[in-house]
Write a new protein. Structure first.
Length: 235
């Protein structure tokens, strides 16, 4: 686990609450009961907890690179779950192993040049006809002052500047999916809460000024951002 993410993990966990986005993702998975499902980068395990505890016949596998999150997720389960430490760049599964794959806000944690390979790995372990739900922030185009400022601040974050994580635009995601033989069936944009404190440590006059403007624009309101959910099928 990279040190930068370790430092952020505790803050991320505090901010992460069950929301309508999780409800949406769950319904898009279209689980009937006994599918095999892989969740990549399960983090604190909110969705995992729901899946494992409510679908006893589901063959759930969750992976993450961070021991910290694997332990936290395991503590939420009231029955055994297959949780493993692995990197999304090299999935430790045979080809065509899963009916469903879920990744929410996880696979952008690799450099840009690694992303096509990540999508190829996902495609490899998904069964033909299988479904991928990929939910990612910072892909939707910025359309107003609030989203333009938030996008700009996000791009200024050191982990993004250093290329340790990369947020493709929706168009780039579409190209990555197509190259990995993953057909997009549908796309859905959903609002999710945005904690502006994530930008608090950014240095520089421009960043400070952008953050002040953004706080003013959201004054008295709960800041939100847009998440894009791609519903894909492996042909
Ligand atoms: C922003 S969190 C999202 C967690 C979870 N999906 C959720 O919605 O709460 C990103 C997660 O991806 C994991 N992650 C980062 N890089 C990864 C990699 N290369 N392979 C697998 N997991 C990774 C992190 O450890 C973290 O748990």
């Amino acid at each position: 686990m990279r040190e930068h993410w370790k430092a952020e993990a505790a803050g991320y966990t505090e901010d992460r609450h069950w929301s309508s986005v999780d409800e949406t993702v769950l319904s898009l998975l279209e689980i009937t009961g006994s599918e095999s499902l892989l969740e990549i980068g399960l983090g604190p395990g909110l969705v995992a907890q729901h899946l494992v505890n409510n679908y006893p016949k589901l063959e759930y596998y969750g992976l993450d690179v961070a021991d910290f999150f694997l332990k936290m997720a395991a503590s939420r389960m009231n029955q055994h779950a297959n949780l493993l430490k692995a990197d999304t760049r090299a999935l430790p599964f045979q080809a065509q192993s899963f009916d469903r794959i879920l990744e929410m806000d996880a696979i952008h944690h690799v450099p840009k040049e690694a992303l096509p390979g990540v999508l190829r790995e996902i495609s490899r372990v998904l069964k033909p006809g299988g479904r991928l739900i990929c939910a990612e922030d910072w892909a939707a185009p910025a359309t107003d002052a609030r989203t333009r400022l938030a996008d700009s601040l996000q791009r200024r974050r050191p982990i993004v500047q250093k290329g340790w994580e990369y947020h493709p635009s929706e168009n780039e995601w579409r190209r990555f999916f197509a190259a990995a033989q993953l057909q997009i069936l549908r796309e859905q944009r959903v609002d999710r809460p945005l904690n502006l404190d994530r930008f608090e440590n950014l240095k520089g006059v421009q960043a400070r000024s952008e953050l002040t403007q953004l706080r003013e624009l959201w004054a008295g309101d709960h800041p939100i951002t847009t998440m894009t959910i791609f519903i894909c099928r492996k042909n």
